[in-house]
Design a protein around this ligand. Structure first.
Ligand code: ADP
Length: 514
């Protein structure tokens, strides 16, 4: 079939152009261009070489040639200057060179430049085994149109590839941002929800996308009042300054996170906002530090004030010049002052200890500690403070000594025992015992008091945490005791935990390595 016959098939050309223009995947497009070119020119084989950003040409698609022979055609495109987009200098010379290196007798090659305006993107080479009738001016015109269309299609596919790569890069930035990123439309419907947000909230992108942000991530005040409906910065933008809101979010597992959200409006060509990019930062730690400071001040003012005012009251009364106190009254008063001063001393020690723990771990002076002996000692010291509690030590006779810091362990046990007294207001039995396991020993303090709900079993060991119930509100305390107990246990390489059912007492366990 003669090429010029084909060339006149305008419909055929038009169809190819349309197919080319709708193909954005570069490899499929090149295949289509190449197969069409070979058919159009009644060739047997073909090659497309494309220009890299560096200006170098290299093969990007081949038809009718084996993979190994393709590089051998390199003399065809070697040194074609990039600034002569339509030049195919001395193709016959190049053909001879290529024939020699491939060993394939190439009779004729047609080279079509893929160029847009002054920019050359590459070349299509079509090989014909036999020489065929030369092209008429009209045929050349049609071939040039085909090549121009192909060049535009290649350019589009390149641009598309670039845009896709850009989009993937952007997506990767959004996905891997250290902050949560959420993109919402002007109606506050979530369009994008990144992995960080999923990790922080436990809500997947699938669950979030398409829903209003105020439903998915309803921020609240510390007291629980909803913020998103009343104080949304998008609905009520501040006169100047960023669109900003912060508030608490409660996860499904009950953990509360504080989010600081910044929204950046994105505008379209008509200057209308078409989306908001929200960056959501987890500022829980900052809030906790702030909370801790507040709690500390509240606890200090509350807990320190009571003994100080008792001391001041007694000292003032006893010192009155107009009163002559009986020695017994005087003694009682002084004993109370001493007791309250001891309490003050303990409070101050606890505070110092707790703040020291924040900066480093506890230092221990290890000796071999006889825990039954230590327990008897601690019970003895506390016995005098209560009339309606009884103590029952329960250690096996061969209980082994453990390496430990006597003073710290005494502190620990005293804390557990005084809690057992404090939180069993109706009195009862307090059992203190232990058992030896293979590599560790276990010690327990069990009371018959108010007990602790399961949800609080971990939290009571946190600094300043107190169970919110009537008794705790009455009983003096700082919420530091168990925090220190845990710290001392861990410094010994051990652990503490509690078993308790509200209303049925609590058992605190301590496990230490032998
Ligand atoms: P404090 O006793 O000063 O409040 P702790 O850290 O010793 O602080 O204890 C934390 C909270 O754990 C207490 O406020 C109390 O609510 C609870 N708790 C501790 N020990 C017991 C116990 N034996 N029985 C019941 N509740 C307890």
């Amino acid at each position: 079939m003669l090429p010029d016959f084909r060339l006149r098939q305008r419909d055929y050309l038009l169809n190819i152009s349309q197919a080319m223009n709708s193909q954005l995947d570069l490899p499929s497009l090149l295949k289509l261009i190449l197969e069409s070119s070979v058919e159009l020119l009644a060739g047997q084989a073909g090659l497309i070489v494309l220009r890299h950003d560096s200006g170098k040409l290299s093969p990007a698609a081949a038809f009718g040639l084996s993979r190994e022979t393709v590089p051998l055609f390199e003399p065809l495109w070697r040194d074609i200057p990039r600034d002569a987009p339509n030049a195919i200098p001395d193709i016959s010379m190049r053909l001879a060179l290529a024939s020699r290196s491939t060993g394939v007798p190439l009779r004729q090659v047609v080279a079509l430049p893929l160029s847009i305006e002054a920019r050359n993107r590459g070349y299509i080479f079509v090989f014909r085994a036999r020489g065929a009738a030369s092209f008429t001016e009209n045929d050349n015109q049609v071939l040039r149109t085909f090549a121009d269309n192909a060049a535009i299609a290649v350019e589009n596919a390149y641009l598309y590839r670039q845009v896709s790569a850009e989009r993937e890069r952007l997506n990767a930035i959004i996905e891997h941002s250290g902050d949560g990123v959420m993109i919402i439309n002007p109606f506050r419907i979530i369009r994008i929800w990144n992995t960080t947000l999923t990790n922080l909230t436990g809500i997947t992108a699938k669950e979030a996308i398409g829903r209003p942000c105020y439903d998915v991530l309803n921020l609240k005040t510390k007291q629980g009042a909803g913020l998103c409906h009343t104080q949304c910065p998008i609905l009520h933008p501040p006169a100047n300054g960023p669109l900003y809101i912060e508030g608490y979010y409660e996860r499904r597992d009950g953990v509360k996170i504080v989010f600081a959200d910044n929204y950046a409006p994105q505008r379209d060509e008509d200057d209308e906002v078409d989306q908001y990019i929200g960056t959501l930062r987890d500022v829980t730690r900052l809030y906790e530090a702030e909370d801790l400071k507040e709690t500390l001040l509240a606890v200090i003012s509350h807990e320190l004030k009571t003994p100080v005012s008792i001391i001041k009251g007694y000292a003032g009364t006893l010192a009155r010049e107009d009163a002559a106190w009986e020695p017994a009254v005087l003694r009682d008063g002084l004993l109370i002052i001493e007791e309250e001063a001891d309490k003050l001393n303990k409070l101050i020690t606890d505070f110092l200890e707790a703040s020291r723990l924040q900066t480093g771990s506890l230092k221990l002076h290890l000796t071999n500690v006889d825990l039954p002996d230590l327990a008897a000692h601690a019970i003895n010291a506390l016995k005098a403070t209560t009339a309606n509690h009884h103590f029952a030590p329960d250690f096996p006779p061969d209980f082994p000594p453990v390496p430990g810091d006597y003073e710290r362990l005494n502190e620990l046990l005293t804390n557990l025992l005084s809690n057992a007294i404090k939180y069993s207001p109706n009195g009862g039995l307090i059992r203190v015992g232990g058992k030896a396991l293979q590599k560790t020993v276990r010690l327990y303090v069990a009371d018959e008091g108010v007990g602790i709900p399961a949800t609080e079993h971990d939290r009571i060991f946190e600094r300043f945490h107190r169970v919110d119930n009537g008794l705790t509100r009455q009983a003096p305390g700082t919420g530091l005791g168990l925090f220190l107990v845990k710290a001392v246990a861990e410094a010994h390489g051990g652990s503490v935990w509690v078993e308790s059912v509200p209303g049925h007492g609590s058992t605190f366990w301590l496990e230490l390595p032998q």
